[in-house]
Ligand binder design. Sequence first.
Ligand code: 3HC
Ligand code: NAI
Length: 653
Amino acid sequence: MTSPVNYTLIDNIGVITIDSPPVNALSQAVRQGIMEALDVADSDASEAVVIICDGRTFIAGADISEFGKPLKDPWLPEVVNRIEATDKPVIAAIHGTALGGGFEVALSAHYRCAVAGAKVGLPEVKLGLLPGAGGTQRTPRLAGIEAALQLMTSGVPIAAARAMEVGLIDRIVAGDLREGAMAWAKELVADGVKPRRTSDQDIPAYDAAIFDGYRATLAKRARGQIAPQYIVDCVEGAATLSFAAGLALERSKFAELMEGEQSAALRHFFFAERQAAKVDGLSKDTPTRAVESVGVIGGGTMGGGIAMSFANAGIPVTLIEISDDALARGLSIIERNYAGSVKRGKLSEAKAAACRALISGATDYAALAEVDMVIEAVFEDPQLKQEIFAKLDGVCKQGAVLATNTSYQDVDAIAAATRRPEDVIGMHFFSPAHIMKLLEVVRGENTADDVLATCMQLAKRIRKVPVVSRVCYGFIGNRMLQPYGQQSQLLLLEGATPEQVDGAMESWGMAMGPLRVFDLAGLDIGYKARAALSDEQKGDPATYRVPDRLVEAGRLGQKSGSGFYTYDENRKPTPDPIVHEIIENAAADLGIERRKISDEEIVERLISALVDEGRKIVDEGIAQRSSDIDVVYVYGYGFPAHRGGPMFYADSV
Ligand code: 3HC
Ligand code: NAI
């Protein structure tokens, strides 16, 4: 078998080239290849060594698919120590993304250069791990404690320019990276420059209070997660221990995390997310349709955010509203959102202006004649949606993709309103649509393969995580929410309080408990929907008696200042004795005897409700695979990623 690592001596420079598609991950073959190349470089006529990668990126990290299996020699820490110990100057030349173990390879080189578009980072925390090949010890020596903690506890990569600012790389190469790195290597040799080992460097001055500060912040921001806390321990170790002792601390903490449940869950989730983008039975080379312009119908809560998602990816949007007033309102909300992003430092003024300029408005559907795709986001009214699709059939050019953002309605019935059901699909965004990453792509009975492939590809372009769902009431996510919500109501009647139910779920890791979610969405929505149903369709009154009573008492949720809780002007919820009374009375009416309910019971019953429905969804073929459900729940419903998603969690317990 040929090695993915190639070594050549060019003039007086030894060049180690890694070529292991797709992302040059540090598989055993790559690790061994680097060691063998260093053996040659040690004894040949080279005077300096360049480490560079072919393909789309520098090394993107350890090979995650090898995790959880017995590790084969040579281990990565051994490889990076060997690189650093080399007697000739070693230069890492970075393009694409140098991540995790890949960046640790670069940190163990003596000098680092990168192209301007490169990014570097230590994203191990997102896998429930910490940098395990010296990253926790070398990063603070180069960048200082604060920048190191920031990089490792957030896991967010930084651009080359920023990396240079904090001392993590030494130069930015304009033009061809290989040529630039070779020229620099020759320059270093000509100047008689010696290896500069990161492990020999002192930690820049720091404030010792920073560690406890980070611990406290992370206890809130990354509630329940172990890895971020261990990163702080290791960085503190870098500051207070010898390099060797710091490495030993890192090694033991890394091993403990690797064995633990949180990392297993997050590793599952890493692959689940990538798997979700694949459609069974749809060949990789299914053609796609060009989407260079879109129309969005309805500029309300969802339409505005959807328009922003496309504009942010550089795709021009025509927003259609029912009247000039409604259009002006919709556009002004978009304006406000962009201004907010600028204020929070998320977007530069220039970028925000450029995105905003891509969104134009109209009240006449004729403006949609030439767009490549339309996304409908009007009121959740099946009749109205069908009328709109019939209209689109009349105005849109042939081949345009016609999508609906409906939360619950039958995509096939909507498609049937057109003479081109093959062009119709569901694209179900989550609120706020310009922020939430999940996109349920709802494949109708007649949706053409190229339309589906187009939407999956487009999702990535607008930085969403797509999951395919077949048609059913509520698709994957909202369908599962129903039994979950009903179970939360039963728990209230049987003896729990809203604050106990939400508290138990939030302590367990959910971003928000179910009753706070109901208050946020508005209790009137369900109330109105139920009003249209017969008693039989509504099912067990115990599952909706309390929210009905709340709505009848004028408590519609956050929007009216009270629901399951009472809210202050900052939308902070406070438990309310009136709600307790409403619950107790409803229980008495329904003949339900109240008892003490434990937090464990709350979690078990609510998660079981999700999982039972999830199983049905997989069995019925609505979801392609159970890991897709995990992706939906983590990205769309605030399920804790470190528990892997409801289906993974159920399997693991
Ligand atoms: N190991 C194994 N496979 C990997 C991988 C890795 N580190 N990184 C990416 N892949 C695989 C993906 O699973 C995917 O495979 P598929 O095509 O079969 O689904 C393929 O490479 C392409 O990945 P993406 O679809 O994610 O491609 P993008 O171009 O969107 O993104 C990327 C590229 C930014 C490199 C992204 O893949 C990424 O963030 N990868 C993970 C990086 C990471 O977490 N590194 C740290 C690993 S832990 C570590 O290094 C421990 C060390 O400290 C000891
Ligand atoms: P909304 O009420 O905030 O906005 C709907 C907008 O559509 C209004 O501004 C209205 O003027 C406009 N409109 C109505 N009829 C129109 C027509 N014929 N032509 C052009 N515009 C028209 O509603 P929201 O919340 O944005 O929901 C829209 C759709 O998105 C619904 O189908 C809903 O189920 C779905 N959805 C909603 C989510 C949410 O959290 N609000 C989440 C995901 C999907």
